[in-house]
Design a protein around this ligand. Structure first.
Ligand SMILES: O=C(CO)[C@H](O)[C@H](O)COP(=O)(O)O
Ligand SMILES: [Fe+2]
Length: 228
C-alpha cells in the first residue's frame, strides 16, 4: 500500500478547511499533522484543538507526527481529538516500548520516528510492535527544507531489516520529498510519502493529484516486485 500524506504545516492556516478539502478532492487518503512543542524541536505548531476541528470536518486518516518530549503524557488526549495514528520520536521517549503499547491500547496505530542522525538500532527492538517507522529525511522542526541524501541508505537498511524479520511495517519518509526525491525514497523501500511544501506551496489540488497519479503509476509498475 502506497500513500501520500500531505502535511498541513505548509498550508494556509487562514484557509485550513479549504486546503484540506482540496487534497481530499484529489483522492488522497491520509493527512499528516505535525505537532511541535518548542522543546523537542525549536518550533511550536499546533495541538489537540486543531486536530479536533479537522476531525469534525474530514474523514481522512489522521497521521499525527508528534515532535514533543514525552508524548506518553498526552496519548488519551490525542485519541479524544481524533487521531488515527500517533508517531512518536524514539529520541523523545524515556520508555519507548510502553509508549507504543499505550498508543495501541488506546485504539490507534503506533509509529516510531527517528531523526536523520539517529541510528536504526534505536528502533530495532520495537519493530515488532509498530505499524510504521518514520525516517526523517530532514532535521525535524520546519517545512520546506532540503532532503538529506544519506537518509536514503537508512531507508534501504530498514527495508532489509524488516524483510529479515519477516515484518510487515510501513516506512514513511518526511522532509524535502518532492518530484526530485520521491523516487529515491520509493526505490529505497518507503511506501508512505509526507509532502508539505511540494503540495501546499502552489495549487494544492493539482499538486496532490499529480503526486497521487505518480504514486499510483509507481505502484502499478512495481506490483510484480511487491508480490515476490
Ligand atoms: O515533520 C515535518 C517537519 O519537521 C514536516 O512533516 C515536514 O516539514 C514536511 O514538509 P516538507 O515536505 O515541506 O519538507
Ligand atoms: Fe512530519
Amino acid at each position: 500500500m502506497y500513500q501520500l500524506s500531505p502535511s498541513i504545516l505548509s498550508a494556509d492556516f487562514m484557509k485550513l478547511g479549504e486546503e484540506i478539502k482540496k487534497v481530499e478532492e484529489a483522492g488522497v487518503e491520509w493527512l499528516h499533522i505535525d505537532v511541535m512543542d518548542g522543546i523537542f524541536v525549536p518550533s511550536i505548531s499546533f495541538g489537540m484543538p486543531v486536530i479536533s476541528s479537522v476531525r469534525k470536518k474530514c474523514s481522512l486518516f489522521l497521521d499525527v507526527h508528534l515532535m514533543i518530549e514525552e508524548p506518553a503524557r498526552y496519548i488519551s488526549q490525542f485519541k479524544a481529538a481524533g487521531a488515527d495514528m500517533l508517531t512518536v520520536h524514539a529520541e523523545a521517549c524515556k520508555h519507548l516500548d510502553s509508549t507504543l503499547y499505550h498508543i495501541r491500547e488506546a485504539g490507534m496505530k503506533a509509529g516510531v520516528a527517528i531523526n536523520p542522525a539517529t541510528p536504526l538500532c534505536v528502533v530495532e527492538e520495537v519493530l515488532g510492535i509498530v505499524d510504521m517507522v518514520l525516517i526523517m529525511t530532514v532535521n525535524p522542526g520546519f517545512g520546506g527544507q532540503k532532503y538529506i541524501p544519506y537518509t536514503t541508505e537508512k531507508v534501504k537498511r530498514l527495508k532489509e531489516m524488516l524483510k529479515d524479520k519477516n515484518l510487515d511495517v510501513d516506512i514513511e519518509v518526511d522532509g524535502g520529498i518532492s518530484k526530485n526525491t520521491m523516487d529515491l525514497a520509493l526505490d529505497a523501500g518507503a511506501n508512505i510519502l509526507v509532502m508539505g511544501s511540494a503540495i501546499f506551496n502552489g495549487e494544492a489540488k493539482e499538486n496532490a493529484m499529480m503526486y497521487q497519479n505518480r504514486l499510483e503509476a509507481y505502484e502499478h509498475e512495481h506490483s510484480a516486485d511487491l508480490r515476490r
